[in-house]
Design a protein around this ligand. Structure first.
Ligand code: NAD
Length: 353
């Protein structure tokens, strides 16, 4: 089998059919499929359709519950405590954001926790919902799946790729959308690199014995003795600190739990998330916010290009540029990933045409 190039609509349909065969309603299957394809369109293949085989396995194991929505644990108006009951994160995350955004519009802010969601995918998806309504959105997320990231100064994986995301609507400009894993790279990008037979730069990984390596396989395929290597955090001790903040705020504060045990082979990926929503229109600084954010961005853009760059970008631009290109040229799905998707379909009795 070779790599395939497919348009977003066809890919959404194929993924939707597998999800339906795995038990999701048409609406849920479409929402999850469209979200995964949007991750591919945005240039983040790590959080795109390549996740489907894992989701199917998680459903078959019982760790992911199709057609399950959020449950209220506590509601104080501007503070919401929610439980996603292991439903698809692409659905429970959107449900939670809709609630939180309505509260922030009404009161000016909302602090919301969402515990026990299945994989929330690209966290920027939720910040994009908020900035589209003029809201600032800040997210701290932990991941209960496999302890794949090493603490700074440690020699094995102790926590997940714990993403952080900040979305800021900018008057007269496209929004600032910063959305990143606190690991040096996302785990899914190691799967993609491994499937493509590529090496990764130095400083990303340690092997199962704590030694630096450029082989992404060390965190994808069990190494001798069944052990796995680990990803490094970005920014050395600083990224490690951010990852810990995600574990404490996303995992402990939400009630979803932190990682402190040996890994098992369960396929479910659970995310818990703290979200802070702010309506900038209610702070009384709208004029200053508009003028100062524009002046600062203009100032940044006047910076001469550094070596190897053609211009300074603002967070969110690479994803928007990728969407334009991939909407036009189609999405390339590598051969191994496509084979895994076809196999996932077969497991639930669906043959992808
Ligand atoms: P990344 O390293 O590609 O960084 C992406 C961020 O950096 C974006 O905000 C992007 O706009 C910005 N950026 C990229 N190049 C830039 C440039 N030249 N100038 C200015 N800004 C620039 O992303 P990542 O760390 O690989 O994360 C990818 C995705 O994985 C994210 O969407 C994240 O939410 C998701 N993720 C999810 C989970 C989960 O468990 N749900 C876990 C980890 C990561």
């Amino acid at each position: 089998m070779s790599d395939i190039t497919v348009n977003a609509e066809q890919l959404t349909q194929s993924v939707q059919q597998v999800l339906q065969a795995a038990g999701s309603s048409v609406t849920e299957a479409h929402q999850v499929a469209a979200n995964l394809v949007m991750a591919n369109l945005s240039g983040h293949d790590s959080h795109g359709v390549g996740m489907l085989p894992r989701y199917v396995d998680a459903v078959l194991e019982g760790g992911l519950q199709p057609n399950t929505g959020i449950k209220f644990i506590m509601d104080l108006g501007t503070m919401l405590t929610l439980d996603a009951q292991r439903g698809y994160g692409q659905v429970t995350g959107v449900q939670a954001m809709e609630l939180g955004m309505a509260r922030a519009k009404q009161h000016g802010s909302c602090i919301m926790t969402l515990a026990n969601s299945h994989h929330l995918g690209r966290i920027g998806h939720f910040a994009e919902m908020a900035v589209a309504q003029g809201l600032i959105s800040i997210h701290f997320v932990n991941v209960l799946s496999r302890p794949v990231v090493a603490p700074w100064g440690g020699g094995d994986g102790r926590f997940g790729t714990n993403p952080c995301c900040i979305g800021i609507p900018l008057p007269g400009e496209a929004p600032f959308l910063l959305d990143f894993a606190t690991s040096r790279v996302a785990q899914g990008k190691m799967r993609v690199a491994h499937n493509k037979g590529q090496r990764v730069p130095e400083g990303y990984l340690i092997d199962e014995q704590g030694r630096p390596t450029t082989d992404p396989g060390v965190v994808v395929v069990p190494q001798p003795g069944g052990m796995l290597g680990a990803l490094m955090t970005f920014g050395e001790h600083k990224g490690y600190g951010m990852a810990m903040a995600c574990e404490l705020l996303g995992g402990a504060l939400s009630g979803g739990g932190t990682w402190h045990r040996q890994a098992d082979n369960a396929r479910a990926v659970l995310n818990s998330m703290l979200t802070i929503l702010i309506d900038p229109a209610k702070l009384g600084t709208a004029d200053a916010f508009a003028a100062e954010s524009k002046a600062f961005i203009d100032w940044l853009r006047q910076s001469p290009p550094g070596a190897g760059f053609d211009h300074v970008q603002i967070a969110g631009e690479p994803e928007r540029a990728a969407r334009v290109a991939r909407e036009r040229d189609g999405i390339v799905v590598d051969a191994s990933t496509w084979q895994e998707i076809v196999d996932a379909g077969r497991k639930v009795g669906h043959v992808i045409a």
